[in-house]
Design a protein around this ligand. Sequence first.
Ligand SMILES: Cc1cc2nc3c(=O)[nH]c(=O)nc-3n(C[C@H](O)[C@H](O)[C@H](O)COP(=O)(O)OP(=O)(O)OC[C@H]3O[C@@H](n4cnc5c(N)ncnc54)[C@H](O)[C@@H]3O)c2cc1C
Length: 424
Amino acid sequence: MAARKPSFRSRYSVLSLIRNALSYHDGWAQAWRSPTPKEAYDVIIVGGGGHGLASAYYLAKNHGITNVAVLEKGWLGGGNTGRNTTVVRSNYLYPESARFYELSLQLYEGLSRDLNYNVMLSQRGLINLGFSRHEMDLFGRWSNALQLNGIDSEMLTPAEIKKLAPLIDISPSARFPLHGGFIQRRAGIARHDAVAWGYARAADAYGIDIIQECEVKAVRRDRGRVVGLETTKGYIGAKKVGIAVAGHTSVLAEMAGFRVPLDSCALQAFVSEPIKPVLDVLLMAGLVHVYLSQSDKGELVIGGGSDAYNSYAQRGSFSTIEHTVEALLSLFPAFSRLRLMRQWAGITDISPDRSPIIDKTPVENFFVNAGWGTGGFKAIPAGGWTFAHLIATDRPHPLIEPFGLDRFRTGALIDEGAAAGVAH
Ligand SMILES: Cc1cc2nc3c(=O)[nH]c(=O)nc-3n(C[C@H](O)[C@H](O)[C@H](O)COP(=O)(O)OP(=O)(O)OC[C@H]3O[C@@H](n4cnc5c(N)ncnc54)[C@H](O)[C@@H]3O)c2cc1C
């Protein structure tokens, strides 16, 4: 059943843009409302990151369910969605992941139009760099698997990589001599907060209540099923609850009385001072543990591996920064005089096989969307799409059947450790 289609055009027309510009935005309509919570909803989504907001949007758009609230303890996108390095790609090794992430990339390709909000998708290509014959053999297998799954991928020689990223050191005397790589040309970056805001505005236009500064403190159950949530804005009843809280999934699961196989670890990223355009592809070097791109502002956006211990502190350790910078300079000696401008971290939810979990839980009508770890920004559209399907129909979407909790009991793991080896 299709829900009421919001009329963006009337609310956000060119004339209104001009009027607001001339009036210095006095009276500019808010992109979404700030409603007081109702007593109860058909569905509550906990977590106002990309996955929570996309799930709410697709509940309305695909399933006609609009009596929905999204509860966010801070501000929209203030979790990992607003802290990530914005890489979107679908070059995963196993068919289950390839199918899922390819749907996500295809949804990204139409997202600005669908949401009528520019998410600034820039498909500039992503190159995985290889530094040994062994790694190149692995890349050959990986690239073939991608092609068999219908996903674009090409092997590259060092000279071809140098053409695409001229500052990279491919000399034999480099600290880690480059053997080659493979590229997914459709991969790229998208603007992270635009993704959160675009989904939020579109969900709000369907009448969904987005409630910020509303922390869930307890899960109320009755005979094994969820009936509502205790929050900092009072008790709110719910027929169904979906959690999409990334690094805090185990905290919410504990409130509901079950455990999830997830580690919570800080993942860091940082940006350099802005410089002229020097890099218009994304580079990922799993062996030395660094990946980078250049933002529209000119900053180099740099990431590496996760911190090696569990924590809820959104800081990250200095040794990881040191290690990542060391790796960066081994590839790009020319960047040694750059200054780092900002550093930050987010708390990621890492599953044993580095694959996500979208499933029902031991508590009836309580659903979980988690385990995105270091790579769930690219998964937001498909994560929201399939989570909404699960909540609306009580059945897993075929694409997420392999990503249930039961796989940790049966051993049917989807080990994407290689694809997620360096955070992205
Ligand atoms: C440094 C870094 C770099 C990354 N780079 C990439 C990348 O390049 N590409 C990629 O695909 N992925 C990347 N990721 C991973 C990606 O950011 C996440 O997987 C994704 O954003 C998860 O989205 P989410 O909506 O599940 O979680 P979040 O965006 O974290 O949203 C969860 C929300 O839940 C809220 N919440 C938590 N507890 C409660 C509560 N009790 N009550 C109410 N609300 C609560 C939080 O405040 C938060 O806003 C990166 C992550 C980090 C940290």
